[in-house]
Ligand binder design. Sequence first.
Ligand code: NI
Length: 225
Amino acid sequence: MLLHIPEVLSKAEVAEIRQILDAEGWVDGLQTAGVQAAEIKRNRQLSVESPAFGPLSQRIAAALNRHPLFVAAALPKHILPPMFNRYEDGGEYGNHIDNAILTDRFTGQKIRTDVSTTVFLSEPEEYEGGILIAEDSYGAHEVKLAAGDAIVYPSTSLHRVEPVTRGVRVASFLWTQSLVRDAWQRAMLFDLDMTILKLRGQVGESAEVVALTGHYHKLLQQWAE
Ligand code: NI
């Protein structure tokens, strides 16, 4: 399931974050690439040593944690500190699957990457190319969203970022360990959750809505770890 999460950040927040980011030092994205990624990754990242990194990273994580759609889709247990990347001058990231386990650099904790998220920090008209292409069982999906919006997809998806041929594409990217490891189970819970919300809007807190909500929580209780 690929899910578009609108307005994780307001336009004013994006502008403020971009102002800080644009003044920061960027390092070669290869510093965090594994052996396989090193051959296909051409971008830059905000140095984790930069004083701006911690506050900006926390800000992105907090915005996602406040967003009901992100919480419903990702069922976050642990969000790895969001990072920032920058593609320009033909920069790209070829087809790859993200590492299954990553270490939280602040706590040293090993985190299973269940859900990948990109928060767009450039408007689509600021650059050409730079489309995120993620594949699932229904084929390849092209993603290029408004600044402040995010896309969420299972970390097991094959994906790439096409070359940026004009302008600059800045984004934040992060991984989440979910309470529910299995992508299908997460997708089913999300669909049920959204259907219950709609039904509640239509008929109010009827006995059936209460019963379905109970089923949602029983399933979550079964599957959460
Ligand atoms: Ni990736």
